[in-house]
Design a protein around this ligand. Sequence first.
Ligand code: ATP
Length: 362
Amino acid sequence: PCRLLDSPPVSRIQIDGATKRFGAVTAVDEVTLDVSHGDFLVLLGPSGCGKSTLLRMIAGLAPPTSGRISLDGRDITHTPPRDRDLAMVFQSYALYPHLTVARNIGFPLRARGRAKSAIAGKVAEVAAVLGLDELLDRRPRELSGGQRQRVALGRALVRDPGAFLMDEPLSNLDAKLRTATRAELTDLHRALGSTFVYVTHDQVEAMTMATRIALVNRGRLEQVGTPEQVYDEPASVFVAGFLGSPPMNLVDATLVARDGELHVQAPDVAVPLGIAGDLPARDVVLGIRPEHLKPGGSLVRGVVRVVENLGSEEVAHLLVGDARVCLRGPRPLGLAAGDAVGLTCAPEHVHLFDRTSGRRLV
Ligand code: ATP
């Protein structure tokens, strides 16, 4: 029987006020995060935001400057990486070029001095799970990028770790293979039930695979939630502008109460919110996702600059006041460059953020 699939050890990782400084740079700033048993947690953020450093802290490769990390309630802040029961999968795969696939996968067990027969059995199990059975005698240079990536995963799997830590493992694959491998990883996570912590700057990877997404900005957590939560109710302008393709339209506006109801106003924008006015007039950022703007109506007025054909959909780029605004919808949208158009949006799809703090209001 495949112990991998029978009773995988599943770990809970708790990060408590963890900070990592490199000289004057604070790469990770007071992060507190609880990764539950069986979570597929994706750390998502732009280049340099500190997500890799956070993962390396969990792995034990970058000791925190302050704060605490625990695994299943046990403080591992100062535990060496090899004693953490975590497996790390790197972007570069870090395979041994002179070893066969079988020996690459079995390497962690040999390093632990396991018996030959036990290693062979375990390697065979893992190879079966990952569809590598036919490739066990090849060397890394005789494999495709996707196959190498699976060998790297196999080397992590063979240890039955309590959790998998992955740093952009798909970034060396071409677009088609990346899509296929995404689905494979989701499948693998479901089959194993293990805890995954996965670093990426790719919002599609995060949205498609995560059970929860943690958005990282300048070393801090902006929001942690399910893909639906962070997409539908972004907690800040940063999150709103990071997710979505094209991302949410964000326009500086003013919130005003009129006739007891709230309205958002900006040049060429006048959106009634349909809620009783209990927020004081103030400077806000108005957010509307491209798919929630519809041609017709007169809440937003703009001029079409470009219409892009994506196959099943079109994206229109408009100028509204002096703001650039995108609209996405099924093809054909019926818009053409140069058109002056009115747009509408249902009140429930309007997002408001405080202009100063960037935090969500409605
Ligand atoms: P990327 O997606 O580009 O890898 P990231 O979000 O993973 O970015 P980190 O690699 O965690 O970001 O880096 C966060 C910050 O810490 C950056 O400003 C980086 O330059 C800095 N940093 C990371 N490692 C070191 C180091 N060993 N020495 C000095 N500064 C570092």
